[in-house]
Structure formats: structure tokens, C-alpha cells
Ligand binder design. Sequence first.
Ligand SMILES: NC(=O)CCC(=O)C(=O)O
Length: 270
Amino acid sequence: MKHAIYQMDVEVLDPATNRKKIREWAEYQIAETNPDTIVLPEMWNAGYALDQLEEAADQKLQPTYDFLSHLAWSYQVNIIGGSVANQQEDGIYNSNLVFNRKGEQVHQYDKMHLVPMLDEPKYLQGGNNRAELFELDHVKMGVVICYDLRFPELMRSLTLQGAEVIYVVAQWPAARRNHWTYLLHARAIENQCYIVSCNSSGECNGTQFAGESLVIDPLGELVADGPAQAEATIHAEVDLEKVRDTRKQIPVFESRVPKLYDNHWGKHDA
Ligand SMILES: NC(=O)CCC(=O)C(=O)O
């Protein structure tokens, strides 16, 4: 499965410009490299101006749904739709949508872990739904949003359900870029899956985002990487045989003894 990943400079509080940028970028990618799947970063509609999000948030996800569904259908491409500020009756959620090549929505995930260092709990609602998988082109996949990367139990629950690829969509600050790169590698190695990440590269209210969108294989080897702090496109192919081979070579999932661990991992370990 061929990916085109948009390490994007998001225009703060300007969803129309961001949609235009994405449409033009996607048209170019389809013509030049014909990817199976395109990947967008976190909060691409509005950026990280959390105290002004109400101006730019989607009303109940409708603008993003219409835009991404049409894009996926027009170009017959799968879309991991990063995430957007999503105004609902009880507040604003940070929501991811995924579309298949027919333009059908196959997944929604509302970011469950809110970032205290960025004051997210003051401005956003945390998602309440269990983390579930979706399928694109018959591959089982999961998606998490940025700070979620710090929670190995979330990503483990996705691999225990069968994920072979996990997407990490982000606006991860440059100030903590080491955490970003080390944690992406760790999650790939411990879960023996592909990690396909898409970070943003712009700046918002004095915070510079790291870029460095990495794609890592199930052995922890770097497949592709984006530059630090600059807008870019990353191309990367994932080979699912490698997931299966790695899990045979180092059979971590068969060696687990969940009944002996503190059992805070949720229903999949029961
Ligand atoms: N947008 C985010 O979730 C940022 C996460 C972050 O800054 C961190 O985990 O560090």
C-alpha cells in the first residue's frame, strides 16, 4: 500500500484555505505518484489556536465530511483524514475521519487523551468511544491522535484487535521532538506493526511544530522521514508480509502472559 503523507503548514483559523491547500496537494499527488492512501495531520482545519477554535471549528463535522468524502470518491483514494476541531452541542472535539476509495466513511475517532501542557482540557472535550479498528483495502488498521502516542496501552489494544498498521496524526511541538521520534519507534517495535505518522510543520501562537513525520516498520527500521519544521510530502510503502514475518520471528504476542500483569488493559486481555 503506497502512502502520500502531507506534513502540512496549517493556516491558523482558516479552514477554507486549508481545504484548498489539501485539494491542490492531493490532486498533484494523485497525478504524480498515484498513492493508495493519503494521510493528513492533526487539527488541519483550524490549527492550535484553542482559545479561538469556536470561530473555525466544523459544525458537527459536516464541512470535513463533505470535503474528504468527495475527495476520496473523485480520486478513488483512501484518506486518513488527520483530525479537525469538531463543534458538537456539548463542546469541541478533536475528531478523525477515515474514508475508503468509494468516498464512504469507515471510521471516526475522537481524541481521548487531552494534553494538559497545551491546556486542551480547558478547551476540548475528550472522546468517550472505545478505540476500534477499521479496514482499508482489506488491511486492519488503527489511528491515534498525537498525545495518544504516550499511551502504550491504547496502541496495544489496537494490535491485540489485529491492527497491522497504526496511523499517528499530530501537531507535535518541536520542543519535544525527541519524545516524538523515540516513542514512534518504540510503538512500532513493541507492537510489531507499521507506524505511519503525519505531523504538521507550521507554527501557532509561538509553538513550532516538529515535522519529522516518520514511517517505521515492524522491526523499528525507518522507512521514510520528513524534514524538521518544513512543509513536505513523504512517500512510503508498507509491506504487510513484513508484519507477519516479524511476528513469526519474534513471537511477542504468543509469549504474553496477560493474566500475570496488573490488569488495566481492558477487555481484550480478559
Ligand atoms: N497535539 C498534541 O497532542 C501534542 C502532544 C504533546 O505536545 C506531547 O505529548 O508532548
